[in-house]
Design a protein around this ligand. Sequence first.
Ligand code: NDP
Length: 292
Amino acid sequence: MAERIDGKQVAADVRAKVGEAVKTLPGQPTLAVVLVGEDPASQVYVRNKVRQTEEAGMRSLHHHLPVDASQDEVEALISRLNGDDEVDGILLQLPLPKGLDEQRAIECIAPAKDVDGLTEASAGRLVLGKDGLRPCTPTGCVILAKSVLGDDLSGKNVVVIGRSILVGKPAALLFLAENCTVTIAHSRTKDLAALCRTADILVPAVGRPEMVKGDWVKPGAVLIDVGINRIDAPEKGEGKTRLVGDADFGDCEKVAGHITPVPGGVGPMTIACLLRNTVIAACYRRGWALPS
Ligand code: NDP
């Protein structure tokens, strides 16, 4: 049976390390969070981000625009935060309300303050292998893999299923930067199961509940499940639902060496990596030495 990778614990360790690092800095990093509209899930995420930022000893500024805010208003706020010397990181909570152009708004964020790592400049720096701010969820996947395999991932065969800008592509590039041999699979990939069986580290990031079965997994492999899918759970009562990953956990845990649960695997890593990026952004921008 696979050992579970406790994402909550690994994320808590990352946050504790960030908190220790913050204490050694000559000033206090500041994260500005921008929420547009009243989406309840986004409000919960923002509250968690603000709370965890402050728990790590950093300052957070919360900016809330109404649901009918215009593109110009959103971009004007981001421009103001770009020019505010106190602000080290800007997080634009997604999704934006319908009618707003997310990519255009993201591109307004100054690359030096792009703690989500989603601007074209950040993506370009990742491709070029230059220092920069990396997307949070993919960074979390690499940290989780290292938590069980150690820091040296070189030579590992990695299969990432999914090629989205947000997860699949950056995850593949981050594992490549760790000297892994990386294959990116997607909806047109032929014989996906056989390809997955070549992976020492398998990273499904698809959005299809329980797609990856036990016989897709190489015995002893590390399975980092990015997918978060809500499915009906009649066993819990009428109308009830539950969260599952892209891997069939019960089936895959019989074969894998290590596996992340959903929830409690990759999910908690995203905010932890955001806090880590805020420290990195502050150090780059203010010329402070990066804490080890
Ligand atoms: P997207 O829908 O943007 O991308 C899905 C990818 O999966 C696409 O590249 C698509 O291929 C590929 N795909 C779809 N169907 C198949 C298939 N049958 N076989 C192989 N590949 C397939 O999703 P995201 O990348 O944004 O998110 C992926 C999952 O990760 C979702 O469940 C999401 O909720 C979760 N997520 C979790 C986060 C966390 O914090 N844990 C953060 C962000 C996302 P193609 O390009 O060919 O269409």
